[in-house]
Design a binder for this molecule. Structure first.
Ligand SMILES: Cc1ncc(COP(=O)(O)O)c(C=O)c1O
Length: 478
């Protein structure tokens, strides 16, 4: 087990790597607000600090170290041009409270980024404030709620959600004050239209949909779904987690959606998960634009300004103006690729997923075996009958140098392994992954126990994931 930095220290080695405080804290904060004694800091030299953090970073698996086919997460390569843009001193050193006249460049990025996302998504306006996809969901649903209320339609408190949806969808709906009603998938893996018709009614505020859905399948009835939902007085929410599959080919606006979030850390190649904060901008149609969070960036004769006086706005959903460094990286990505480049990215993502699907057909079961979009969902149910589960196969991949695919999601597939290769991988990498998945399937059937101890190469083998998520130990006690 790795040590924490405190365990490298020894009393007496000093903490003089910290600068002296240059201000009179007692005068600024009041004596009562100061701690009685300095906090115990690790007493380590620069050498220990550098070695400790370098070694820790080497335990981390990321898109910079290897293939990361985590379905629904779009772990594409994060181009370093994004880092260069975010590190430009004029941006990196800008104080978030700088007066608008001193921050015209940053405001221009925000303003233009909203316009780019509006165009890509076919929406009238965007807000860049939400800090993640799930936060975008909450923001969008609060706007749907405010829209119904502004029309006096206060009885609409039910949100419809397909059974293949990501867990954040029902969680966000409940946080926004709705109750949820599940719509089953049909034998094609798509929204069951008859069930949808039966679920719509005067109490329904809207429908949340991911398209392509989490099975990697395009909801081909989307125009009919939009018509039915609108006719029943509901609005359509687009979960943009899978936007990477359709860039430049169609848009949520063209499909009839009213509100959309996009995950910049997925589709627009910014660091993801442990790699940094996210960003989940929300876009809306003209009718919903007055409800967007404030402040809004507006263009005036004196330049760009922040406007807060919007009576119908749901208010602020985050401090300042969103995760600006993330927005900058995504902005650089959009400008670097351009419309044609984004379209090609989507095409390659879909091609790669179909390549993997075709090569692994027969090796693993494919519950909905037809041309997929940017990801494909396999089932390890057959391997499970021999004794090796989807989790065992995923752990075996770690020992062979790959990040596992998403497991046990969507919930509608038994022993699901959801693979999203993304467009940024070479054919050689895809082939190496396919070969390893094939080897693991054979091993699962021949000697399933061989996979039970995996991973042997990772610093932590099989942690209790539920306990780790629910009761994380975040403090160090000697
Ligand atoms: C389909 C889907 N919806 C929503 C989310 C939530 O996005 P975020 O992790 O940015 O909050 C995810 C995340 O993986 C997802 O896959």
């Amino acid at each position: 087990m790795s040590k924490v930095i405190y365990e490298h220290g020894r009393p007496g080695r000093g903490t003089d790597y910290l600068p002296e405080v240059e201000v009179d804290l007692a005068a600024l904060l009041g004596v009562d607000n100061l701690r009685g004694a300095p906090p115990p800091l690790p007493e380590v030299g620069e050498n220990e600090v550098v070695r400790h953090y370098t070694n820790l970073s080497r335990l981390n698996y990321g898109v910079d170290t290897g293939f990361y086919p985590l379905g629904s997460c779009t772990m594409k390569y994060n181009p370093k041009i994004g880092e260069a843009a975010a590190c430009l001193p004029g941006f990196a050193g800008l104080h978030p409270y700088a007066r608008p006249e001193h921050a015209q460049g940053a405001l221009r990025v925000l303003y233009d980024m909203e316009a780019h996302l509006s165009r890509i998504c076919g929406m009238a306006a965007f807000s860049l404030q939400p800090a993640a996809g799930a936060h975008g969901e909450l923001t969008g649903l609060m706007m749907i709620s405010a829209w119904h209320e502004s029309r006096g339609d206060t009885a609409r408190r039910v949100m419809l959600i397909p059974d293949s949806a990501h867990g954040t969808n029902p969680a966000s709906a409940v946080m926004a004050g709705f109750t949820t009603r599940q719509i089953p998938s049909d034998s094609r893996g798509l929204v069951d239209l008859e069930a949808l018709k039966g679920a719509l009614g005067p109490e329904v505020a809207g429908l949340m949909l991911t398209n392509p859905n989490t099975l990697g399948l395009f909801e081909r009835d989307i125009l009919e779904i939009a018509r039915l939902t609108h006719e029943a007085g509901g609005l359509l929410y687009y979960d943009g987690a899978n936007l990477n599959a359709i860039l430049g080919h169609t848009s949520p606006g063209a499909m009839g959606f009213d509100v959309v979030h996009v995950n910049l850390h997925k589709t627009f190649a910014t660091p993801h998960g442990g790699g940094g904060p996210g960003s989940g901008p929300v876009g809306v149609t003209e009718a919903l634009a007055p409800f967007l969070p404030v402040p809004r960036v507006v263009s005036t004769a004196e330049g760009l300004r922040l406007e807060t006086d919007r009576p119908l706005s749901i208010g602020r959903v985050r401090s300042f103006y969103g995760n600006f460094g993330v927005i900058l990286r995504a902005y650089a990505y959009i400008l670097r690729l351009g419309g044609r480049g984004l379209t090609e990215a989507a095409e390659a993502a879909v091609l790669h997923a179909n390549y993997v699907r075709a090569k692994l057909r027969g090796v693993y079961d494919i519950p909905y075996d037809r041309v997929c979009m940017h990801e494909c969902v396999f089932s390890a149910a057959r391997q499970k009958e021999h004794g090796a589960s989807a989790a065992d196969i995923a752990k075996g991949l770690i020992d062979r140098g790959f990040h596992p695919p998403t497991m046990y999601f969507p919930l509608t597939v038994r022993e699901a392994l959801m693979v999203e290769p993304t467009e940024t991988e070479t054919p050689e990498t895809l082939d190496a992954f396919i070969e390893t998945m094939t080897e693991l399937a054979a091993l699962a059937e021949r000697d399933p126990d061989a996979l039970k101890a995996a991973p042997l190469s990772a610093p932590v083998g099989r942690p209790d994931e539920a306990q780790a998520a629910r009761k994380p130990v975040l403090t160090f006690k000697e």
